[in-house]
Design a protein around this ligand. Structure first.
Ligand code: PLP
Length: 351
């Protein structure tokens, strides 16, 4: 790479994909549904036309799919951009934001960019106890970011804990509930937070089309909150931030109901298959409720060696060194064929 090339602070998964099994970015390896691909193909000829200013058709489809209000939805080029709009709208330099020690990297990258002070909650053993987390929040806390399920730890909390937490938290603190992986959870006690927005004016839910819907390359995400918050966020929204083809693909994804069900099931089945069949004394496996598992090694040298070994065999997984977990590796659950290959190699891996 050119040494003068400016770099992004965010360290993403490996960029190789042709000829590689990609298990490094929590994408859906099955790819988008055939209906989505057909819609994209049909519409490429309209690429000269600007997108709808505020993605009205997509917001209407989201509203129909989840029975929520279309004017309280704001679209982003990935949920990343929604997070950025939240920072831009609700913080000023010196404001305090809280997130958990092992959490999605963009929370802290934006905190730095927007010159906010950070307070880190130490989620010991990868499970955050919301009662303890509450102790970290003071009247000075502007925003609390919480992903459920969490990336990279996969920890999860359920509706009862969430509503108790929202009832207790200082109402001046905005709670950003990042539900990027929510579709993977098949548990009636789970709550993605959308229906709680009408009750809690300090709640903003963020959602992504990059994970189960397999549109990471098209960059579509959205946020949902009460109208007052959304109106303020619009001051920081670029008019055409989500492309025409991305909106069309997202609409078709939401209509692919049967495909969605099948993909939820495939992830559960392939994850079970992986957990059952990886057997290497050097590795402790950690299950999650999302589309990835964690592999824990005795130390960071062995973890690094494993990532390199897989890479040499054309498989990418994610070292969690940049997440302060150098002895851990995150492995996305791919197709059944992907997982067979990674299991075969992992069982051969010799420290
Ligand atoms: C917890 C969490 N939130 C948000 C995102 C951002 O996703 P996107 O910007 O692709 O919607 C990710 C991406 O990995 C994530 O893991």
């Amino acid at each position: 790479m050119n040494r003068n090339q400016p770099k992004n602070t965010y360290q993403g998964g490996a960029e190789q994909f042709v000829g590689f099994i990609r298990l490094s970015s929590n994408e859906n390896s099955y790819g988008p549904s055939s209906d989505v691909i057909n819609e994209i193909k049909k519409n490429t000829k309209f690429s000269n036309i600007y997108p709808e200013l505020d993605g009205e058709s997509l917001r209407k489809e989201i509203s129909k799919s989840y029975s929520i209000k279309p004017n309280q939805i704001i679209l982003g080029a990935g949920s990343d951009e929604v997070l950025q709009m939240i920072y831009a709208t609700f913080t000023k330099p010196g404001d305090e934001v809280v997130f958990t020690k092992y959490s999605f990297a963009m929370y802290s990258i934006y905190a730095k960019n927007f010159k906010c002070k950070t307070r880190i909650f130490d989620d010991k053993k990868f499970q955050f106890d919301l009662d303890n987390l509450l102790k970290c929040v003071t009247s000075k806390t502007k925003i609390l970011f919480l992903a459920n399920p969490n990336n990279p730890t996969g920890s999860v909390f359920y509706k009862k804990e969430l509503t108790k937490f929202l009832n207790k938290i200082n109402k001046k603190t905005l709670v950003v509930l990042d539900s990027a992986y929510c579709e993977y959870i098949d548990n009636k006690n789970y709550d993605d937070g959308l229906k709680l927005v009408s009750k809690f004016p300090n709640l903003i839910v963020t959602r992504s089309f990059s994970k189960i819907f397999a549109l990471g390359g098209l960059r579509v995400g959205w946020g949902y909150s009460n109208l007052k918050n959304i109106i303020k966020m619009y001051e920081h929204k670029k008019p055409f931030n989500v492309t025409r083809l991305s909106c069309i693909a997202a609409i078709a994804s939401l209509r692919s109901k049967e495909w969605l069900k099948q993909n939820i099931k495939k992830n559960i089945d392939n994850k079970k298959f992986t957990l059952k069949n990886i057997s290497n004394d050097a590795i402790t496996l950690i299950d999650t409720t999302a589309n990835f598992v964690l592999l824990e090694f005795q130390n960071k040298i062995i973890a690094k060696k494993y990532v390199k070994f897989l890479n040499q065999n054309k498989i990418t997984v994610r070292s969690l060194a940049s997440y302060k977990l150098p002895s851990h590796v995150r492995m996305t659950i791919g197709t059944k064929a992907d997982m067979k290959e990674v299991i075969r190699l992992t069982n051969q891996f010799d420290v």
